[in-house]
Ligand binder design. Structure first.
Ligand SMILES: NC(=O)c1ccc[n+]([C@@H]2O[C@H](COP(=O)([O-])OP(=O)(O)OC[C@H]3O[C@@H](n4cnc5c(N)ncnc54)[C@H](OP(=O)(O)O)[C@@H]3O)[C@@H](O)[C@H]2O)c1
Length: 287
C-alpha cells in the first residue's frame, strides 16, 4: 500500500493517477471527503483527517510500504511534514519519498527552501529508505494568467527577466509513482527534476504569440504589486513573504536556470517541453 498526502492537490493528485495506472494499491490522506470522492470512485482508499492530527496520520500509516510526502507551503508546513515523517517511521514504513524543490539548498536562506532543507535532512537521517524529489517551477504555474491573455493579449507575472527550466507536474507525478513502485532502486537518491528548456516569461509570450497566431505581450509585475496582490488572497503573512521571496529569487538571481536529464531518464521518454505544453493548452489562452 502506498500513502499519498496532498492527494487532492497538483503533485499528489498526479501521483495517485499514475499509481492507479500501474495497478498499485493507493491510500490518499485527505481533509475533504467530498473533494476526494472522485478518488474513491477510482478505487483509492481514503484516510480522512487533518494532516496536523497525529492520531489520524498514525492510523493512515497502517500497512503502508511507501509514502509520498507533499504538502502546501505555509507556516505549518515544517511541523506537518515532520509529523508525517515521525508517524511513518514509527509505523515501520520502508520508503519515504519527499517532494522538495530545485532551489532548496542549505545556503538558500529563504523560508520555503529552508522548510524543504530541514525536512529533507530529517528524511535522510531517518531509519527509512528515502528519495528526495526536487522539481523546478511547474508549467501549470502559467494557468493563472490564461484569462489575461485571452482577454487582453497580454499578461503580467512577477518573474522579471528571470528564467527557469519549468517542468510539467504530470511528469513529476509520474516520476513519483515510478519511484514509489521502484522502491529500493531509488533509496538514497536525490533527483533534480527539470523540464528540457530554460525559459523566461518573454519566451513564454513569444511561444504564445506563435501558437495563438496573435501578438502576446509579457509585462513584468513589480514585486511590491505582487506582494500586495498576495496579501489580499492569502491568509498568512509567512506564506505571502515566502512566495514573494521565491519570485524575487527567480526574477533577480537565477538559481532555477539549469537543466538535468533526470526526468527523462526516470520516465523513459522525453519530458514535456514548454512549447508542447502551450500547444496543448492553447484553448485556455483563447487559441
Ligand atoms: N508550484 C511549483 O512550481 C512547485 C515547484 C516545485 C516544488 N513545489 C512544492 O510542491 C509542494 C506543493 O505541492 P502542490 O503544488 O501539489 O500542492 P497543492 O496543489 O497546493 O496541494 C496541496 C494539498 O495539500 C492538502 N492539504 C492542505 N492542507 C491540508 C491539511 N491541513 N490536511 C490535509 N491535507 C491538506 C490540500 O488539500 P485540499 O485540496 O483539501 O486543499 C491539497 O491536496 C510545496 O511543498 C512546494 O514547495 C512546488
Amino acid at each position: 500500500m502506498y500513502l499519498v498526502t496532498g492527494a487532492t492537490g497538483k503533485t499528489g493528485g498526479q501521483t495517485v493517477k499514475h499509481l492507479l495506472a500501474k495497478g498499485a494499491p493507493v491510500r490518499a490522506f485527505v481533509r475533504n471527503e467530498e473533494k476526494a470522492a472522485p478518488l474513491k470512485e477510482q478505487g483509492v482508499e481514503l484516510a480522512i483527517g487533518d494532516i496536523g492530527d497525529a492520531d489520524a496520520v498514525a492510523k493512515a500509516m497502517d500497512g503502508v510500504e511507501g509514502v509520498l510526502l507533499t504538502l502546501p507551503n505555509g507556516p505549518n508546513q515544517l511541523d506537518w511534514e515532520m509529523g508525517v515523517l515521525k508517524q511513518a517511521e514509527a509505523a515501520g514504513v520502508k520508503h519515504m519519498v519527499y517532494l522538495s524543490s530545485t532551489e532548496s539548498n542549505s545556503d538558500n536562506p529563504r523560508r520555503i527552501p529552508q522548510v524543504h532543507v530541514k525536512v529533507a535532512e530529517a528524511v535522510m537521517a531517518s531509519s527509512m529508505g528515502w528519495t528526495i524529489m526536487r522539481p523546478n517551477f511547474f508549467m501549470q504555474g502559467i494557468y493563472p494568467f490564461a484569462g489575461q491573455v485571452k482577454a487582453n493579449d497580454a499578461f503580467s507575472f512577477p518573474a522579471g527577466d528571470g528564467t527557469a527550466s519549468m517542468c510539467d507536474v504530470r511528469d513529476v507525478g509520474e516520476v513519483a509513482a515510478i519511484i514509489l513502485t521502484g522502491g529500493e532502486a531509488h533509496y538514497g537518491k536525490t533527483y533534480d527534476l527539470t523540464g528540457p528548456d530554460i525559459v523566461s516569461m518573454h519566451d513564454v509570450a513569444s511561444l504564445l504569440s506563435k501558437t495563438l497566431g496573435r501578438e502576446i505581450t509579457y509585462k513584468p509585475m513589480p514585486l511590491q504589486a505582487f506582494h500586495d496582490y498576495l496579501a489580499s488572497v492569502l491568509k498568512s503573512d509567512w506564506h505571502v513573504e515566502g512566495v514573494v521571496e521565491l519570485m524575487q529569487e527567480m526574477s533577480e538571481e537565477g538559481g532555477l536556470d539549469y537543466t538535468t536529464d533526470t526526468m527523462g531518464e526516470l520516465l523513459g521518454r522525453p519530458p514535456m517541453n514548454i512549447a508542447q505544453f502551450i500547444e496543448e493548452h492553447k484553448g485556455m489562452f483563447g487559441g
